[in-house]
Design a protein around this ligand. Structure first.
Ligand code: NDP
Length: 478
C-alpha cells in the first residue's frame, strides 16, 4: 500500500496518464485487464518514474495508499460499468474512484449515486487533449464531491497543462456528473470550431480556386491574430502537408467523409432536452452526418441542380478578410451557445459551475485551446451570471466589427451554391437573439388554433385562448 494513485486501463490514454503522473513524482499503481499492456508500459517506459504493476485488480487495490485513489481509463459504456463494479467491490469507505474516460454525464450521475451509497467517492473527470495531452499535460475537468477534490486536486493540477500565467488547466467543476457534462460541451464546441475553419477553407478553395498550400498560408497568417488557436495552427500544417504517395496536397486525397464518436451528438441531444439552442454545434454535427450520407449525396449529385449565380469576386484579399471575420463571428456564437448550455446544465442539475473558470482551464492542454478564452474568463469576471456571453461589452463590440463581412460571406455562399451551415445558422441565431420581435407570435397563434395551447398578449397580463371553431371570441384562461 505505497502507491499515491492507480490507473487501470493501459491503452494509449491510460498509459500516458500513468506516465504523466510518474514523471511528476507520484508513485503510480498500474493495471490492465490483459496483462500484456501493463508489461509493455514497464518495458518501454519503466524509467519514467515509480510504477507498481499488478496483474489482478485485488493486488492493484492493495498497492494503493488509503484513502485510495484509482483512475479508470477504459472504453466508455459497458466496460466502464464492469470495471467500476469490480473496483468498488474491493474499495473501502472514503476511497475515490475516478472515471477519466469519455462517459456520458448521465451515466456518471448514475454511477456516482450508486457508489455514494457504498460510502465511496465517484469522480467523473473529463480529460481533453488526446494522447499527447494525457502524457504532457491535459486539460482536466473533474466533477464529484468537494472532499474528493481536496485529495485529487493537488495531483491533477500538477499533471495538467499550465497556462501562460502559471495557472493549472484543472479545477473542480461541480458535483457528480458536472465534469463530464463540461467535457461533453467542450467537445461540441470543438466540432463547431473545426467546421467553421472548414467552411472558410472551402470558400477559399471553391470561390477563389486557391491551392491547399496557399490556403495554409492564410491560416498561418490568421493564427497571428484574434483567431490564434491550436486548431487554426494544425489546419495550416495539414494544408501545407503533401501526400507522400501521390505527391498531391494531402487534404485533396482524403475522402470527404468526417466520422464522429458521439460527443457532438450528446451535446446536441442534451441541449435539446434543456431547450438551449446550440445551432452552431448542431449544424457542425449534422455537417459530419451529411458528409457521411453516401447514398443521399450520390442521389443529390445526380438530380439536384445548382441554379447558382456566378458572382465575381472583385478583390480576393477583401474576400479573404471577410472570411476571417465570418469565421470569428460564427466561432463566437458557437462558444456563446456552448456556454449557455453549461449554464443551463448547472441550473438543471444544481451544479455551482464557475463559467469563467471553464474557459480558463481550456486555455492549454485541450483541443480548443486558444488565446481568446481569456476574453471569456474576463467577461464572466465582469458578470458571473451573464445571460448571453455575446452580450458582454467586449464580445458585442468584437462581433459588431464582423457583421458586414459575415453577411457578405453568407449571402455570397447562398447565391453561389456553397454550403456554409455554421456560418449561416449562427448568423440567423445572431439576428434572432437581437430581434425586437420574432415570428414566434404566429407560431403560438397557430398552436392556439389547432391545439388550444393558449397564448399571452403584449398588452395585458394573463393567459388567453380564441374559440377558433366557434365565434372566435377571446377567453381568458386560469
Ligand atoms: P480504448 O477506448 O480503446 O479502450 C481500451 C482499454 O479498455 C483497454 O485497456 C482495454 O483492456 C479496456 N477494456 C475494454 N473493455 C474492457 C472490459 N470489459 N473490462 C476491462 N477493461 C476493458 O482506450 P483509449 O486509451 O483510447 O481511451 C480510454 C478512454 O479515454 C475512453 O473512454 C475514451 O473515450 C477516453 N478518451 C480518449 C481520448 C483519445 O484521444 N483516445 C481522448 C480523451 C478521452 P484490454 O487491453 O484488456 O482490452
Amino acid at each position: 500500500d505505497v502507491a499515491d494513485i492507480g490507473v487501470t486501463g493501459m491503452a494509449v490514454m491510460g498509459s500516458n496518464l500513468a506516465r504523466n503522473l510518474a514523471r511528476n513524482g507520484f508513485k503510480v499503481a498500474i493495471h490492465n485487464r490483459s496483462v500484456g499492456k501493463t508489461e509493455k508500459v514497464i518495458a518501454d517506459h519503466g524509467s519514467d518514474g515509480e510504477f507498481y504493476p499488478s496483474e489482478s485488480m485485488s493486488d492493484f487495490v492493495a498497492s494503493l495508499q488509503k484513502p485510495r485513489v484509482a483512475i479508470i481509463m477504459v472504453k466508455a459504456g459497458g466496460p466502464t460499468d464492469a470495471v467500476v463494479d469490480e473496483l468498488s467491490s474491493l474499495m473501502e469507505e472514503g476511497d475515490i474512484i475516478v472515471d477519466a474516460g469519455n462517459a456520458l454525464f448521465t451515466d456518471t450521475r448514475r454511477r456516482e449515486a450508486a457508489l455514494r451509497e457504498q460510502g465511496l467517492h465517484f469522480v467523473g473527470a473529463g480529460v481533453s487533449g488526446g494522447e499527447e495531452g494525457a502524457l504532457n499535460g491535459p486539460s482536466i475537468m473533474p466533477g464529484g464531491t468537494k472532499a474528493s477534490y481536496d485529495r485529487l486536486g493537488p495531483m491533477f493540477e500538477k499533471i495538467s497543462a499550465e497556462a501562460e500565467d502559471g495557472l493549472p488547466c484543472c479545477t473542480h467543476v461541480g458535483a457528480d456528473g458536472a465534469g463530464h457534462f463540461v467535457k461533453m460541451v467542450h467537445n461540441g464546441i470543438e466540432y463547431a470550431d473545426m467546421q467553421v475553419i472548414s467552411e472558410a477553407y472551402d470558400m477559399m478553395s471553391k470561390a477563389l480556386g486557391m491551392e491547399a498550400s496557399a490556403i495554409g498560408d492564410v491560416f498561418a497568417d490568421w493564427n497571428k491574430g484574434d483567431l490564434e488557436s491550436f486548431l487554426i495552427e494544425i489546419t495550416a500544417e495539414v494544408l501545407h502537408h503533401t501526400d507522400a504517395t501521390s505527391g498531391k496536397p494531402f487534404v485533396d486525397v482524403i475522402l470527404d467523409q468526417a466520422a464522429q464518436k458521439g460527443t457532438g451528438a450528446w451535446t446536441v441531444q442534451t441541449a435539446l432536452d434543456l431547450g438551449v439552442p446550440v445551432t452552431g454545434i448542431a449544424e457542425a454535427t449534422f455537417a459530419r452526418s451529411t458528409s457521411g450520407s453516401v447514398p443521399q449525396r450520390e442521389a443529390g449529385r445526380r438530380t439536384l441542380s445548382a441554379e447558382a449565380q456566378t458572382l465575381e469576386i472583385a478583390d480576393p484579399a477583401q474576400f479573404i478578410d471577410d472570411l476571417q471575420k465570418a469565421l470569428y463571428a460564427a466561432k463566437l456564437v458557437s462558444y456563446s451557445q456552448g456556454f449557455d448550455e453549461i449554464a443551463a446544465g448547472a441550473e438543471e442539475y444544481g451544479w455551482d459551475i464557475d463559467l469563467g473558470a471553464m474557459a480558463r482551464i481550456w486555455r492549454e492542454g485541450c483541443i480548443i485551446r486558444a488565446r481568446f478564452l481569456d476574453r471569456i474568463t474576463e467577461a464572466y469576471g465582469r458578470d458571473a451570471k451573464l445571460p448571453l456571453l455575446l452580450s458582454d461589452e467586449y464580445f458585442s463590440s468584437e462581433i459588431a466589427k464582423c457583421i458586414p463581412a459575415w453577411r457578405r460571406v453568407v449571402a455570397f455562399a447562398a447565391a453561389s451554391g456553397y454550403p456554409v451551415p455554421v456560418f449561416a445558422s449562427t448568423l440567423s441565431y445572431y439576428d434572432a437573439v437581437r430581434a425586437e420581435r420574432l415570428p414566434a407570435a404566429l407560431v403560438q397563434a397557430q398552436r392556439d388554433y389547432f391545439g388550444a395551447h393558449t397564448y399571452q398578449r403584449v398588452d395585458a397580463a394573463g393567459t388567453f385562448h380564441v374559440e377558433w371553431s366557434e365565434d372566435r371570441r377571446e377567453t381568458e384562461q386560469d
